[in-house]
Design a protein around this ligand. Structure first.
Ligand SMILES: Nc1ncnc2c1ncn2[C@@H]1O[C@H](COP(=O)(O)OP(=O)(O)OP(=O)(O)O)[C@@H](O)[C@H]1O
Ligand SMILES: [Mg+2]
Length: 360
């Protein structure tokens, strides 16, 4: 079950737009700067509480306006859920069936959303923080207790770092170690289990999309030879020097190898895109079968950077009954995806339904 209706107000160039989405495949077409990516971004913000393009909330608010609102109806296996987000300079507020959820992470449970866009290669190219976010989103959907461990870890880390920064004595700094270690180990074990589960599927998809052997491994953020308390102990002088905790799950990395070599700086832009797509598709395939909602996969201009064969391979891999595809294209046709259930055209921030048969 999936996002069935979306209403957007004052989000980027979209003044007011409402669309119904197909359970399987919705196609959005329009010229450059018409608002296609903005529409996908609105869906992403609804499922994640943040954008994939910017950290600055004010960039999402239509010029001259005070706030944006995105509202969605999600059909789950059991019932219809209303989700909404409102963004203003004061921050972002979420609503689920009229109530304020305890955290934005709750949005992800109602609307699990993933995006493959022309910038997706950053997942490979950038530093480990982005890959940790990728891991954490996936781990959360497989083990929901993960978010609790994550929060406790972040809190203990913040407090410990604040004490280090104030040059407090070791007895004060280590007050936080018990919490840090307990939540850090749970968090790290959950991530490691997730990477083990993800690896076979990523390998298979990597082989199909890139024709190379894709291998994933989890690096916990401290030496494999040591337990977390031992590593903290060993790192003490570095921590004091830096005024911050130097080891731990906040330094973890998802290591990626292609045909046995580390990928960083070795693969072309197109290969980075396919590699990132392989990881994201593997993640969506790992989505629990018994989940009440199916994940929505947003594909923003999937043809960018890819030759026809690679694009056909990507489309083949993402097309599955268990995923809701929402795809944008510059041109009104995308035969390789098959018949879209719904089609829209975007022009200068306004969205109109289009003839479904144009999508074939
Ligand atoms: N906060 C904002 N308020 C109003 N307009 C905005 C805002 N932010 C961006 N825009 C404008 O929205 C327009 C649409 O941008 P968007 O990225 O959605 O286009 P697109 O259809 O994806 O284009 P392309 O095909 O080039 O990727 C752009 O002209 C941009 O300048
Ligand atoms: Mg765009």
């Amino acid at each position: 079950m999936s996002l069935s209706r979306l209403q957007v107000t004052d989000f980027r160039c979209l003044q007011s737009a409402q669309i119904d989405l197909d359970r399987r495949f919705t196609l959005i077409s329009g010229p450059n700067a018409s608002g296609k990516t903005s529409l996908l971004e609105a869906i992403y913000v609804l499922g994640r509480g943040r954008s994939f393009r910017t950290r600055r909330l004010e960039h999402l608010i239509r010029h001259g306006k005070e706030r944006f609102v995105v509202f969605g109806e999600v059909d789950t296996a059991h019932r219809r859920v209303n989700v909404g987000v409102e963004g203003s300079r004061a921050g972002i507020r979420a609503r689920i069936d009229g109530d304020t959820p305890p955290s934005l992470a709750e949005l992800a449970l109602q609307l699990p959303v993933q995006i493959i866009d022309p910038e997706v290669h950053h997942l490979i190219e950038e530093g480990p923080a982005r890959r940790r976010r990728f891991l954490d989103w996936g781990t959360f959907h497989v083990e929901q207790s993960f978010v609790g461990h994550w929060r406790r870890y972040q809190q203990a880390l913040r407090q410990r770092n604040a004490a280090l920064k104030k040059r407090q004595p070791r007895s004060v700094v280590s007050v936080w170690d018990t919490d840090l270690v307990r939540s850090g180990e749970l968090l790290s074990d959950a991530r490691a289990r997730y990477v083990s589960a993800l690896s076979p599927s990523a390998k298979l998809i990597g082989e199909k999309l890139l024709g190379m052997e894709l291998a994933l491994s989890y690096r916990a953020g401290w030496s494999k030879e040591l337990t977390l308390p031992e590593a903290l102990n060993q790192s003490w002088n570095h921590d004091v020097e830096a005024g911050a905790t130097q080891i731990g799950p906040h330094r973890a990395e998802l290591a990626i190898r292609l045909d046995g070599a580390a990928v960083k700086d070795r693969v072309s832009r197109g290969q980075q895109k396919l590699l990132a797509a392989a990881l994201l598709i593997a993640q969506i395939r790992l989505f629990p079968d018994d989940s009440a909602v199916q994940p929505s996969l947003l594909l923003d201009d999937p043809a960018a950077e890819l030759d026809d064969d690679r694009l056909a391979g990507l489309i083949h891999e993402v097309s599955s009954d268990a995923v809701q595809l929402i795809v944008t294209t510059l041109h009104g046709e995308f035969a390789a995806f098959g018949q879209p259930g719904r089609c829209y055209t975007v022009a200068a921030g306004s969205i109109e339904p289009a003839d479904v048969s144009r999508g074939t």
